[in-house]
Design a protein around this ligand. Structure first.
Ligand SMILES: NC(=O)c1ccc[n+]([C@@H]2O[C@H](COP(=O)([O-])OP(=O)(O)OC[C@H]3O[C@@H](n4cnc5c(N)ncnc54)[C@H](O)[C@@H]3O)[C@@H](O)[C@H]2O)c1
Ligand SMILES: [Zn+2]
Length: 356
């Protein structure tokens, strides 16, 4: 059998169970990167890890501060003595997973990575798909994710006990990202979610399966197929920015999906009834915050700033044109260039908090 190099694309191997049970399979001498808050909230975590005689346990503060060069360097220094066959395990939310992925890629030109996502957002989204990145500060401003790698995890451990300490906002965030995938990719699942709100574990399993199916076709983002995962992210990022990141990423994406439905309707791509079904489902299911919140945020924003944010969007086309994921039908989405006058016409309704 040909051995894949560490970090190369492989089908996601998900293992479900308690951390204590799964940790018995962790090779001795591994390096662990752990969210400090998770370690504090779950007192059995560190003893279970220590029982596996790790080379080092690096505790980082979760949040974007974990995605700095300083934090990355800390992990790299701790991993210097690790052999190429070593394992790096990341236990935390998306920020811990992202910095650990970069470190796993760099150490010895690539070591085994195990992801243990502890937020719902990380479980449904960031811990799968191979991407990791750190932030860079340019003239005092943090630019998110410009320096990154593809380095697929060999395994992900899904330990439901960690999700018990998440806040309602954190749960909603993960749920909104999961519904995003369902609405764009899987009609049958969307209908079943509308009939009955899925249990948390079911939702994580479904979202991971859907994301995996997209990544399997385009593991290194060369075909553009993964763009569908960005539904709601164009205006989501704008809202996140104008709130000065007070609005959580998932909540911003939820509101961004409503904007994308409006853009789709305005361009004749998203049929009225499809838009209504998705909007209703986002209210009743994950509990999208709603148009009043969009209005509060956009009213404070300057149109020029919004235009600048949109043109800085990584997903913009070569000529700087806005490129958005729009729903054509439940379970189907396309990528389309959107001219400025389309969203400008929607602006008055968005700033009043009403459906255009
Ligand atoms: N690599 C990818 O494909 C990808 C995809 C989406 C998002 N991301 C990245 O993921 C990051 C966001 O992820 P996140 O929302 O998980 O952020 P995070 O890692 O900052 O976690 C959010 C907060 O939750 C805390 N936390 C973690 N687990 C907890 C638990 N079990 N109980 C209570 N609190 C807990 C953390 O300490 C932190 O304060 C962003 O940096 C984003 O760029 C990456
Ligand atoms: Zn997202």
């Amino acid at each position: 059998m040909i051995q894949l190099p560490p970090g190369a694309y492989r089908h996601a191997t998900d293992r479900w169970g308690s951390f204590k049970r799964l940790s018995t399979t962790l090779p001795e001498g591994s390096i662990a990167v752990v969210d400090r808050r998770v370690a504090r909230l779950h007192p059995t975590l560190l003893p279970a890890l220590k029982a596996r005689k790790p080379r080092a346990i690096i505790q980082l503060t979760g949040g974007e501060v974990a995605k700095t060069f300083e934090a990355l360097e800390q992990v790299l220094v701790a991993g210097l003595s690790m052999p190429r066959s070593g394992t790096l395990i990341a236990i935390g939310g998306g920020t811990i997973g992202d910095v650990a992925t970069v470190a796993a890629h760099l150490l010895k030109r690539g070591v085994r990575l195990v992801q243990v996502p502890t937020t719902l957002l990380a479980a449904v989204d960031s811990s799968l798909g191979g991407k990791g990145a750190v932030d860079v500060t340019v003239k005092g401003r943090v630019v998110k994710n410009p320096v990154g790698v593809f380095h697929y995890a060999e395994e992900a451990w899904l330990c439901p006990e960690f999700y018990a300490s998440l806040s309602d906002t954190q749960r909603r965030e993960g749920a909104l990202e999961a519904w995003k995938m369902v609405a764009c990719i899987d009609e049958a699942l969307f209908r079943s979610y509308v009939r009955r709100e899925p249990a948390l574990e079911r939702m994580v399993k479904d979202a991971r399966r859907l994301k995996e199916s997209v990544c399997a076709q385009d593991p290194y983002e060369q075909e553009g197929l993964r763009r569908v995962l960005n539904f709601g992210h164009t205006f989501g990022h704008v809202l996140e920015s104008v709130s000065r990141f007070k609005l959580s990423h998932g909540d911003a994406v939820g509101l961004g999906m409503l904007c994308a439905l409006d853009v789709g309707r305005a361009m004749g791509i998203t049929p009225e009834d499809v838009a209504s079904q998705v909007e209703d489902a986002l209210h009743e299911g994950p509990g999208v915050l709603g148009r009043k919140r969009t209005a509060e945020l956009l009213k404070r924003a300057k149109l020029n700033d919004v235009t600048a944010l949109l043109s800085a969007d990584k997903k913009a086309g070569r000529g700087g044109e806005l490129r958005m994921v729009l729903i054509t039908d439940i379970g189907n989405a396309v990528v389309r260039d959107v001219s400025e006058d389309v969203w400008r016409k929607l602006w008055p309704a968005w700033t009043r908090g009403v459906r255009p």
